[in-house]
Design a protein. Structure first.
Length: 574
C-alpha cells in the first residue's frame, strides 16, 4: 500500500538546530499531540447552545443527508449512466447490491483480509511461544537479555518476505547489504557528510531504477538465471512497495550517522515517549546487521507501515512499552467499524467506478461535486483501513508505531494541519530526515517545495503527482501569509477574527480538495472538466456559492470542536 502524502512539518524550531541550509545534527522535535502538557489558558465559553450554532445545527440536519443521497442516486441501476460503469462492479455480500471493488490498491487488501488475519495470528502465537520458552533461559545467563526477541523477529521476517517475493528476496537483500555497507564504511570524521550523501543518492537511484526496470529480471543478468524469474512468490512485484522499505533504509543510516557523532537526547534510563525514542541514540554496537535486518523487514509493518524510525523501533524492543489489552481491543473495534463503513460506501456509492469510467456526463454540478468528494473519502478510508490493520498487528505484538490518521479527512480547515494529521508517521519521517536538515523554518517556502517534490516523486514518477506536490506548496502560501499578517496573538480577541479565519478555512478546503483531486482521483484533465462544469453555467455558480456557505458553517463547527478539545486539556497541532 502506497501512502498518499507527507504532512508538512511543524513550524516550531527544534531544540539544538543550527541555522543554515544543511543541518545534519538535528533531532525530531516533540510529538504534535499532547494531553495536559501545557499550561491551561482561559478558553472562550462554549458556543454550542448559542443561536449562531443552533442555526448551524439546523443547516447540518438539512444539508448533510443530501451528501449521501446524491451519490446513492447516481449508483442506482435505473440511472442513465449505470451501463457505462456496470462492468467495473462485482457481486456484493449485501443482498440486492453490487460492490464497487474496482480500486486496485484497496482490492489487493480487501481480497486478502482473511489471509492477513491468519498470518497475523500465526505470527503472534509463534512470537508468544518463543518468549515463553526462551525468555527464562536468557535471564539465566550473564549477557544482555533485552534483545532476546530479535532472533525470532529476524527469522520470521525473512521467512515471510521470502514467501511474499520468492527469489526476488535476493534482490532485496542485495540492496539492504549495499545500504548497510554505506552506513558502516563511510568516513566517521565529525565534519564528514559522505555517509548521508551516499545514503540519499543510493536510495533515490534505487527507488527510480526499481520502477523503471520493473523490479529487474534475473534472466537479463544471465540466461542460466532465468529459472529464478519463475519463483515469484505470493507478491512478485516487490518493487511496488519498496518506497516504504526505502524510508527505513534512510532511517537506519541517518540514525547511525547521528549516533556516531553523539547527537541527540541523552539516555537517562527512564521510560521514553515516542518523540524521545526517535531522538535518543543507542550505543553504536546496537546498529548491527541483525538489528538492521529485523527493523527493515519487521513483518507487521513491512508491507505498508506505519513508518517508525530505527531508534524508536529498537528502544521498544529493548524497553518494551506497556500497551494495555483494553486499548488494543478497542483499537480492533475501531478497525472493524472503519472496515464496515467502507463496505457500506462501496456497496451503495459506486463513485470509484463512475470516476474511472468517466461516467458523469449529464450530471449536475452538485452530483459532480459529490462524486469528487466521496472519491476523496474512499481514498482516505482505503489508506486508513490497511494502516490501522497493520498498526493493530504491531500493537498486539507489543510495538507501538505512530497512528497515521489522527483526524477524519472532513475535519480539517488548515492546509498545514491537514498534512500533519494525514499519514502522520510519514510526516514525522520527513520532518526528521528531510525538512529540518535542508533548512526548515529558515527557508520555509523553499523547504516545503523540496519536501513536497520529494514526496510526489516518492509516490510515483508522474507529472500528475508532481503537479499535486507543487499545488500543495502553492496552496500553503496563503495560510502562511495570513498567519504572518493576522496573527492570533494580536487579533484573536476581535469579534471579526473568527469569521475572517473561517473564510480563509473555506479557501483552504477548496484548494486542498482540488489538489488531491488532481493528484489521486481525476488528474489534471478531469479537474479542468470539473471546474468548467462548476463555473460554466449559472447553475454551477449557484452551487459553488451554496457550497461556500456550507463550508463556512462547517469551518465554524471545526473551530468550536478545537476549542472543546482545548477546554478538555487536549492539544493537537493540526
Amino acid at each position: 500500500m502506497i501512502p498518499l502524502s507527507a504532512e508538512p512539518p511543524s513550524t516550531s524550531q527544534p531544540p539544538g538546530r543550527r541555522k543554515g541550509l544543511i543541518n545534519l545534527t538535528v533531532e525530531t522535535p516533540p510529538s504534535t499531540s499532547r494531553k495536559n502538557d501545557r499550561p491551561k489558558s482561559r478558553r472562550p465559553a462554549s458556543r454550542w447552545k448559542t443561536p449562531e450554532f443552533i442555526f448551524y445545527a439546523i443547516a447540518f440536519i438539512l444539508v448533510v443527508p443530501h451528501m449521501f443521497t446524491l451519490p446513492m442516486n447516481l449508483s442506482q441501476t435505473t440511472h442513465p449512466n449505470y451501463p457505462l460503469y456496470q462492468h467495473r462492479l462485482s457481486r456484493g455480500w449485501i443482498p440486492g447490491r453490487e460492490v464497487d471493488n474496482s480500486d486496485g490498491q484497496y482490492r489487493g487488501f480487501r481480497n486478502n483480509i482473511p489471509a492477513l488475519f491468519a498470518l497475523a495470528t500465526v505470527f503472534l502465537v509463534l512470537g508468544k511461544l518463543h518468549s515463553w520458552i526462551f525468555a527464562p533461559k536468557m535471564q539465566s545467563i550473564s549477557r544482555r537479555t533485552e534483545l532476546f526477541r530479535v532472533s525470532f523477529l529476524a527469522v520470521a521476517s525473512v521467512v515471510v518476505v521470502t514467501a511474499l517475493h520468492g527469489a526476488s528476496v535476493l534482490k532485496i537483500f542485495a540492496i539492504l547489504l549495499i545500504n548497510y555497507s554505506i552506513a558502516k564504511l563511510s568516513p566517521q570524521s565529525p565534519n564528514s557528510i559522505v555517509g548521508p550523501l551516499l545514503t540519499w543518492a543510493f536510495n533515490m537511484v534505487m527507488l527510480f531504477s526499481n520502477e523503471l526496470n520493473d523490479g529487474y529480471k534475473f534472466g537479463r543478468l544471465h540466461s542460466s538465471l532465468a529459472v529464478l524469474d519463475s519463483m515469484q512468490g505470493i507478491h512478485p512485484r516487490w518493487h511496488i512497495g519498496f518506497n516504504i522499505t526505502m524510508l527505513r533504509l534512510v532511517s537506519f543510516n541517518m540514525d547511525y550517522f547521528w549516533a556516531c557523532r553523539g547527537v541527540g537526547t541523552p539516555d537517562t534510563g527512564a521510560n521514553l515517549d515516542q518523540s524521545r525514542r526517535a531522538s535518543t541514540s543507542h550505543e553504536k554496537s546496537m546498529y548491527n546487521f541483525t538489528n538492521y535486518l529485523t527493523y527493515i523487514l519487521y513483518t507487521p509493518l513491512y508491507i505498508a507501515g506505519p513508518i517508525m524510525t530505527f531508534n524508536d523501533f529498537l528502544w521498544q524492543i529493548r524497553r518494551p512499552t506497556a500497551i494495555p489489552l483494553r486499548s488494543t481491543v478497542m483499537y480492533l473495534v475501531r478497525f472493524i467499524v472503519c472496515l464496515l463503513t467502507m463496505e457500506l460506501v462501496l456497496h451503495y456509492m459506486y463513485v470509484v467506478a463512475i470516476k474511472d469510467a468517466v461516467a458523469w456526463m449529464g450530471d449536475s454540478p452538485a452530483e459532480l461535486s459529490m462524486v469528487g468528494f466521496w472519491n476523496l473519502i474512499v481514498v482516505w478510508l482505503k489508506l486508513l483501513i490497511p494502516w490501522r490493520f497493520f498498526r493493530l498487528w504491531a500493537l498486539a505484538d507489543g510495538i507501538d508505531p505512530p497512528e497515521n490518521m489522527i483526524r477524519c479527512v472532513t475535519n480539517n480547515y488548515s492546509a498545514l494541519g491537514f498534512w500533519r494529521s494525514w499519514h502522520r508517521s510519514y510526516n514525522l519521517w520527513t520532518l526528521r530526515y528531510v525538512y529540518v536538515p535542508i533548512g526548515g523554518t529558515t527557508h520555509p517556502v523553499l523547504s516545503r517545495l523540496l519536501v513536497f517534490s520529494f514526496v510526489a516523486l516518492w509516490h510515483d514518477l508522474s507529472f500528475r503527482l508532481l503537479a499535486w506536490g507543487w499545488l500543495v506548496c502553492l496552496f500553503i502560501v496563503p495560510e502562511l501569509l495570513a498567519s504572518y499578517f493576522l496573527p492570533q496573538e494580536k487579533y484573536g480577541d476581535r469579534p471579526w477574527y473568527r469569521h475572517v479565519c473561517a473564510i480563509g478555512g473555506v479557501g483552504n478546503i477548496m484548494m486542498m480538495m482540488s489538489a488531491n483531486l488532481v493528484g489521486f482521483v481525476i488528474g489534471t484533465d478531469g479537474i479542468k472538466y470539473f471546474l468548467g462544469q462548476l463555473g460554466g453555467s449559472w447553475e454551477g455558480i449557484r452551487f459553488v456559492l451554496f457550497a461556500v456557505v456550507c463550508l463556512f458553517i462547517g469551518v465554524q463547527v471545526m473551530f468550536e470542536y478545537r476549542e472543546e478539545e482545548m477546554r478538555a486539556g487536549i492539544y493537537r497541532k493540526c
